[in-house]
Design a protein around this ligand. Sequence first.
Ligand code: ADP
Length: 481
Amino acid sequence: MAFRIFPRLLIGSFILLMVTIPVGFYAVWQMERFSDTLRHILAVESELVAAEKRLTDALLAQMRYERKYVLLKDRELHRQFLAANDEFGRVLEQAVPIADTPQKGRAIKRMEGLGREYRQYVEEESVWLADNRPYAVEEYRKKKDEATDGIATELKKMKILVEGETAASILELENRTSGAWRMTLVIAVAALTAGGIFSYIAARWITTPLSLLIDKTERIARGDLRADLSISSPPEVERLAASVNLMCEKLREVDQMKSDFFSAMSHELRTPLASIREGISLLSDGAGGQVTEKQRRLLAIISEESDRLISLVNTLLDLAKMEAGMMPLHCAKADMLPLVQRVIKEMEPLAVGKGVTLGFESESSLALVNMDNERVLQVIRNLLGNAVKFTAAGSEVMITTEMSEGELVVSVKDAGPGLLEDERSVIFEKFRQGISANSVAIKGTGLGLAIVKQVVSAHGGKVWVESRPGEGSTFSFSLPA
Ligand code: ADP
């Protein structure tokens, strides 16, 4: 089943959420348990501590009233002793439900017994005191002390017991908490790993078809127009792939139309132009009757202009074909030197006619380069032609060939007007001319450097110009050796 991108992302996020929520809940639940236990410990402990304090107070009050009573025989003190003893019993009774271990229960029982014993001795003694007769004071003192000491000991024991139990509970709680945290950590790591893996898979679902698409568009840019992209999911990308295939088919059709157009154009334009030139030549030769001097001059102008037209049409068609990548290169390993020398030889008459000297320098060991000789000849002709065209009489045009960083570099240095920075950046585009072009008598088309750039790029090389206004220009191109 092919899921769309949106549900894929949604499912991925949902699963991630589903695994993280339980971890959160588990952690919160553990926290709750922890605080519950802590609250319980604190409640029991504080109640027992309070009870212990009240018992101690009550015991001390009993002892105080009892001693004073024995000494002063005041009935009121006897009554206060009894009240303190009652209070002691009440507190013990209240402590019974919070005594959460049998040990504490036993301690309370013992204290109850001792409290009753203490009261009984005092009651017996009060009878003797009321009669005002001598009795075994010391013996009673001993018995009473035994009872109160017993109570004090029990109280101390209970205090130690409560403290010990609290410490033990906190320790146990700590152990339980760290166990719970370990568990939470394990669950969290497991959940996040599972979530992460699923998210990765979900992302791959989307990115894999996209990279296929990117790969195909890059191949289209390199000229591979086969409609061979096959992606079946997600549906959005599947549709995109179908559109790309359709686009490839259309591009192939357009390509075919373009090549048909070029061959038709070259035929339709060149043929009538060649006929015009032929006609002019026949007329000049007198095929149409006697030609006057004036007519001959006009015919010469027409012939020159039609030559220019033919050359312009040829250049335009060449450039268009190159731009469309429809001009195949016939490359072979060849030596650059003979090509440069040939162009110099061709240009020599033009240069001499203008009073321009042509100089040539070459590094002794030039590597062979893989090139289409005819096309590279065209490049050198255009560069040298421009250099001669823009250089004034009495100056020199220098051509150099050298190896640089594994590439063969050909440079043409002239003593022309030079170029502004703005011009340098545009002159390699077609129909673009610099300002200096206006001041030169020979007209141009602005196509020469565009062709140079196309040819050099098709060879995998580079072309550039170094120039400053008033200091001449150096046009160079490099080809990989
Ligand atoms: P064209 O020379 O036919 O006009 P190009 O494409 O050969 O076309 O040149 C484009 C422009 O570059 C020219 O019009 C001129 O302004 C400038 N240019 C080319 N070569 C030189 C040079 N050697 N010195 C100065 N300017 C030049």
